[in-house]
Every structure is written in structure tokens, then in C-alpha cells.
Design a binder for this molecule. Structure first.
Ligand code: SF4
Length: 386
């Protein structure tokens, strides 16, 4: 299985998104503590590592950790706002360190919407430059987009613009907003969309990409809001293929191993043909309304076959539906018996809280309090606060 692990290398950022679910903490990483996490992913037999944050390119040792992970055989990726990658020298350095794929996050191609969402000026031009620089140095480029209230109506306009102006983007990822953590939790009313807000524009966006021969994935969207493209749901693909995901959070959560993708289901889900492979409604934080769920009656087999027979994703060994069904049912039985363990115990220590880290954290809290006030949003709770 092609498991990929996430390493949060920093938690600070040069943007101030009002829905950030992983904002600043006092934890810091040294090159040695990051290497331990790379070693952990190697020991788990993982295929790749995604360097993330905060904004990972703000860690001065990022090229060194990318090089180390590459030398240890991992496929190295990064999720970034593109601010530093817009600098060609930095892009070259990361490419030479072994970076294979970059996810540049863009929420809206409308400059005023993007600025509001980012809490920073002139972010789009740098993100576009980052996309072009990555391509120039042979790093594959994907675009990541968090679905929220302000961009929910024009996800398709984003795709249309990006396909026209940056045709080398190979893959798109949408993450529906996680309303349970960080600033997203305290600003739910401003940013958390209703599922119906984006259903139409997401459908049009996926249709455009499908017609243009690009691949895409969607996270935290129940299948009844993406039925025609159910095979593109990240959770569904992982459920079908029996994959897990490790996240090394740079905060008190530390290492989390996700093996159980089930969230919340409504009464009508029992009737739904896609229920066995649907991740349900991402209900953490009570940001979404279960009343929006509605059963669908489409072929489960067709969705599963589309995933296990995908020529671009050979990570699951079985190609035949009946063989898959037997494997799947065995996995479900085993998972029920084990009561899937969400919290991995005994993982390596993830970062440390130093005096300097605490000082930087407090300084960042102060400067971000001003940004929050200017943006008219709330600041996240203090790290460690319940
Ligand atoms: S009705 Fe329930 S099981 Fe069916 S797609 Fe929607 S959330 Fe998933």
C-alpha cells in the first residue's frame, strides 16, 4: 500500500488564514528531531513524506530534511503557500535536495477573495510564480484548495483559470474545511460552508478537470455531495484500499495514526448504496449539519472498480471486484475486533518546547492578535488551552 506520512516541520506562517487548523505552537524542530520522524516513516514502510506546517519553507533546515528523506528512499513532497518557492534559487535548492512534488495552496483566483482568506497582500502572484518555478526545475505541481464559505461558489472558476494559465498543473486536491481545530474552530460562522454551498461548483470543477485529463482528489466531502466522482474521494480510496495515514503533529497531539475513516452518519445512510465505502460527514467541531446528508442509490461496484483498476494508481494489488470484496470484508471484521486505534502510542517525540520556542510563540501571538483584529476574526485558543 502506498502510505504517506505528514511531518509538520514548523507551525508558524507568513500568512494569516482565519480558518487555519494548524496555527502557531511553542514546539520547534531541529534537523535531528525531523530526521527521527523521517526514520519513523521509513520504519513503517511508508512510500513518501509530506513536509507541511504552518508554512514548511520557513524552516531554515528544510532542504536538509528533504535531502535526508530522499536519501532514505522516501518520495518527498511539500505543501506550501508558495511564498518562498516564488524565489527561483530556493526552488532550485529544493529540487536539488530531492523534492519530487509540491502542493501549492490556492483558495481563490479572485485576488480580493484570496487576500481576505490569506490575511496577507499580494499572495496570488507569488503562488503563481511558485507553480512556474517548480515546473521549471522538474518538480511535479499540484494545487491544494481548502473549501470554505468565501470560495464555495467559484471552485470551477479557479480550475478554469489555472488550467488556462498554468497548464502544467497535473493534479488538484480539495480539502473541505476542518472546523474542529485552531482558528477554524473559533471562526466557524465566518468560514465553514454548508455542503450545499459548494456542491454545484465542485461538480463543475471536477467535470472540467476530468475532461482536461487531470487527476484530482477531494477530502472531507461525503459521497452524496460528489456521487458522480465518488472514486475521487480520498477517504473512500483509503477505505477501499485499506490504507492508513500517519501525521506527526508539531503540537501536543504528537503522532496520530489514522486507520478509521468513519465520521458521522445520518439515519438515511443505512439505506445508502455507498455507505460501506463512505467516510461520512466530518463532524468534529460540530461544524456541519447531518441533516444535509441524503442516501444515494448508485452502483458500489462501479466506484470500487474505478479505484482498484485505476492505471494511474497501481498501489492496491487486487484488480477483481470479488477478490476485493473478500479482502474488504476480512479487513472490516479485523478492524471491528481490534477497535481501530486512532492514537499511536510509543512513537518518537515530535519536536520540543524550548525557552526560545516559547518566546517566539508569544511574540507571534502578539503580532497575530493585530492581524486578527484587522481581519475581524478571532485568534485561536492558546496552545494547551482546552
Ligand atoms: S448518505 Fe451517508 S453513507 Fe451515503 S453518501 Fe451520504 S454520508 Fe455517505
Amino acid at each position: 500500500m502506498a502510505n504517506i506520512g505528514y511531518i509538520q516541520v514548523v507551525r508558524h506562517c507568513n500568512h494569516f488564514c482565519g480558518f487555519c487548523s494548524n496555527p502557531t505552537t511553542p514546539y520547534v524542530h531541529t534537523i535531528d528531531s525531523m530526521k527521527l520522524l523521517v526514520d519513523d516513516l521509513v520504519a513503517r514502510g511508508y512510500f513518501g513524506a509530506i513536509l507541511t506546517g504552518g508554512e514548511p519553507s520557513l524552516h531554515p533546515e528544510l532542504p536538509a530534511v528533504a535531502r535526508y528523506a530522499t536519501e532514505r528512499g522516501l518520495h518527498v513532497r511539500m505543501i506550501t503557500n508558495g511564498h518562498r518557492l516564488a524565489d527561483a534559487e530556493f526552488a532550485r535548492e529544493m529540487a536539488e535536495a530531492g523534492l519530487k512534488l509540491v502542493h501549492v495552496s490556492i483558495y481563490s483566483v479572485k485576488p480580493d477573495v484570496e487576500e481576505t482568506l490569506r490575511g496577507a497582500k499580494d499572495t496570488l502572484s507569488r503562488a503563481f510564480a511558485a507553480i512556474d518555478n517548480a515546473h521549471r526545475f522538474s518538480v511535479e505541481v499540484n494545487v491544494n484548495c481548502v473549501i470554505n464559505k468565501l470560495n464555495a461558489d467559484h471552485l470551477d472558476a479557479n480550475v478554469r483559470y489555472l488550467l488556462r494559465h498554468h497548464p502544467h498543473i497535473t493534479h488538484f486536491v480539495w480539502n473541505n474545511l476542518d472546523p474542529s481545530m485552531g482558528r477554524a474552530e473559533v471562526n466557524q460562522a465566518t468560514y465553514t460552508p454548508r455542503l450545499a454551498d459548494f456542491e454545484g461548483s465542485l461538480y463543475r470543477a471536477m467535470k472540467l478537470l476530468h475532461a482536461a485529463g487531470r487527476s484530482f482528489r477531494v477530502e472531507k466531502v461525503p459521497l452524496c455531495y460528489m456521487t458522480d466522482f465518488a472514486w475521487a474521494s480520498t477517504e473512500t480510496r483509503k477505505i477501499v484500499k485499506g490504507e492508513e495515514r500517519v501525521v506527526h503533529f508539531l503540537d501536543q497531539k504528537q503522532t496520530v495514526r489514522q486507520t478509521d475513516w468513519e465520521h458521522l452518519y445520518a439515519e438515511g445512510c443505512d439505506e445508502c448504496s455507498l455507505r460501506p465505502i463512505c467516510g461520512g460527514l466530518f463532524d468534529r467541531g460540530n461544524g456541519y449539519d447531518p441533516a444535509e446528508l441524503s442516501p444515494v442509490f448508485v452502483s458500489l461496484r462501479r466506484v470500487v472498480e474505478r479505484i482498484i483498476q485505476d492505471p494511474r494508481d497501481p498501489s492496491y494489488p487486487l484488480r477483481d471486484y470479488d477478490a476485493w470484496r473478500a479482502d474488504f470484508e476480512r479487513r472490516v471484521r479485523e478492524a471491528r475486533a481490534e477497535l481501530a486505534d486512532m492514537q499511536q502510542q510509543g512513537g518518537p517525540q515530535v519536536g520540543v518546547v524550548t525557552e526560545q520556542g516559547q518566546r517566539l510563540y508569544q511574540a507571534k501571538r502578539k503580532s497575530e492578535a493585530k492581524k486578527a483584529e484587522a481581519l475581524g476574526v478571532a485568534q485561536e485558543r492558546e496552545a494547551g488551552e482546552g
